[in-house]
Design a protein around this ligand. Structure first.
Ligand code: HEM
Length: 440
């Protein structure tokens, strides 16, 4: 139903099961939400156990737009973010209200396209190193643990974009890369959170070096250090700086790593699509880091990534909490309700996607994309709280794919029937192994 459609004067509570359940705590939350959607449709309500309110799940792009964009001021981030706050402190992802607005203003310019372009050399060299390792494995006939490799390379890309040469300096001082735990450990429990937060001391050390040496290389940390609030002229406090840097390490790595894993999984299973991607990659044959113009000329490379993000959106569940009562057409949303948007469901909604389960990158051609509702595809969310790193992530993934597809061909992936792990991010439940041949 459209947001501006006439509504009945007496709004109803959305339908749903009687039995209370904390959806976000279930082990099989994605499967459970999917089953409830099949039973109750695009707006349903589940009473919560641990809270005195209901959870309303919406899977209609008009209501998605209402929650994320047109009435976004009525929503805070809710239960999903309460769980990650212990890891991310008051960084951009987990903050709310005036603090969030101020931080977003301060960080935004650091993610504008011309700034991001300065990192393309990093993405390019990372991709070349991954290609070399896959080539070596291909020559030996060994499969590559693409899940581990994607995690390693995306972590290095975000760390180098944050710290430039200081990453090497920290590594030398510590004897190892102390941030490695982020890609090596997949558990995100309390123990991990405590050890991860301890990395804040190293971030503070880099901040102190830079101030003492008055050295500000063109990276994300320098941007954060030099940003001043337009209204007050104030910089970020050190505590805030550390929270923002740790947030960018986690947010900038896990999602991109999961996306690249899924992308190679899909390409290994769809050789005809890979042929198109590889032809484009070879024609462009970037012999150096490309620029935005070159990236914008890539069609199949960009469509394949967008289609992988449709089928496997790493941020698969957006949680919000209604401050005041709201209304989704004939349905009422009482104040205090938790509202969940499941991008995995929305991206497979048969009313908006033909053969939703099929991997068809051409859906993202301009002709096909313009016929679709703008809010049935939201892998980076939408509205003021959409992903600040979207351009960073897209450029990094496109350069990765362009470099690898020009040199390697995925022949097989194991396991083919991999289960989903739908926790904070949507990841394969076990590592994916791709066998490459080195013929491009
Ligand atoms: C494929 C890669 C990525 C995906 C799919 C993704 C997805 C998302 C989504 C869905 C949100 C909003 C969550 C919500 O509304 O509840 C978000 C927020 C955010 N993302 Fe990303 N992201 C990606 C890469 C990155 C990168 C590379 C960075 C930084 C280097 C980043 C930094 C952030 C931050 C800081 C926020 C919070 C923004 C705010 O609340 O103002 N993300 N991302």
């Amino acid at each position: 139903m459209r947001e501006d459609a006439p509504v009945s004067s007496q709004p109803l509570l959305p339908p749903g099961p009687q039995a209370p359940c904390d959806l976000e705590r279930l082990d099989d939350k994605l499967q459970h939400i999917h089953a409830l959607w099949r039973q109750y449709g695009d707006c349903f309500r589940v009473p919560a156990v641990s809270r005195d309110c209901d959870t309303i799940v919406v899977n209609d792009p008009d209501w998605v737009r209402r929650v994320l964009v047109s009435n976004h001021r009525n929503y805070t981030k809710g239960v999903g973010i309460e769980r990650v706050r212990v890891l991310l402190g008051n960084g951009l992802m987990a903050s709310e209200g005036e603090r969030w607005r101020r931080q977003r203003r301060l960080l935004q310019a650091g993610f504008h396209k011309p700034r991001i372009e300065a990192f393309f050399a990093i993405y390019y060299h990372q991709a070349l190193q991954v290609a070399d390792r896959c080539n070596d494995a291909a020559r030996r006939g060994d499969p590559v643990n693409i899940t581990a490799l994607a995690s390693e390379t995306t972590l290095l890309a975000v760390l180098q974009s944050l710290f430039s040469e200081d990453l090497e300096r920290v590594q030398q001082a510590q004897g190892v890369n102390p941030f490695k735990m982020v890609s090596e450990e997949s558990n995100r429990d309390l123990q991990f959170a405590v050890r991860f937060r301890a990395l804040g001391k190293l971030v503070q050390q880099v901040i102190d070096w830079r101030r003492a040496e008055q050295r500000f290389p063109p990276d994300l940390l320098s941007h954060c250090l030099q940003a001043r609030d337009k209204r007050s002229g104030e910089p970020m406090s050190d505590r805030q700086l550390v929270d923002e840097v740790l947030t960018l390490v986690v947010a900038g790595h896990e999602t991109t790593a999961a996306s690249l894993s899924w992308l190679w999984y899909l390409l290994a299973l769809h050789p005809q699509v890979f042929d198109k991607v590889a032809a484009e990659a070879r024609a462009l044959a970037p012999g150096a880091a490309p620029d935005w113009r070159t990236l914008e000329s890539m069609q199949w490379i960009s469509w394949a990534i967008r289609e992988a993000l449709r089928l496997y959106p790493p941020g698969w569940l957006y949680t919000r909490r209604a401050i005041a009562a709201d209304r989704f057409g004939d349905y009422q949303v009482p104040a205090g309700s938790d509202v969940f948007i499941c991008s995995w469901l929305l991206h497979r909604h048969p009313a908006f996607w033909e053969q939703p389960e099929a991997f068809r990158p051409e859906r993202f051609s301009p002709q096909q994309a313009q016929r679709r509702h703008a809010y049935c595809y939201v892998p980076f969310s939408a509205g003021p709280r959409h992903c600040i790193g979207e351009s960073f992530a897209m450029a990094e993934m496109m350069i990765h794919l362009a470099v690898l597809a020009a040199r390697l061909r995925p022949l097989a992936v194991e396991p083919r029937d991999v289960a989903l792990e739908a926790e904070v991010n949507l990841r394969p439940s076990q590592p994916l192994y791709v066998t490459f041949s080195a013929d491009g």
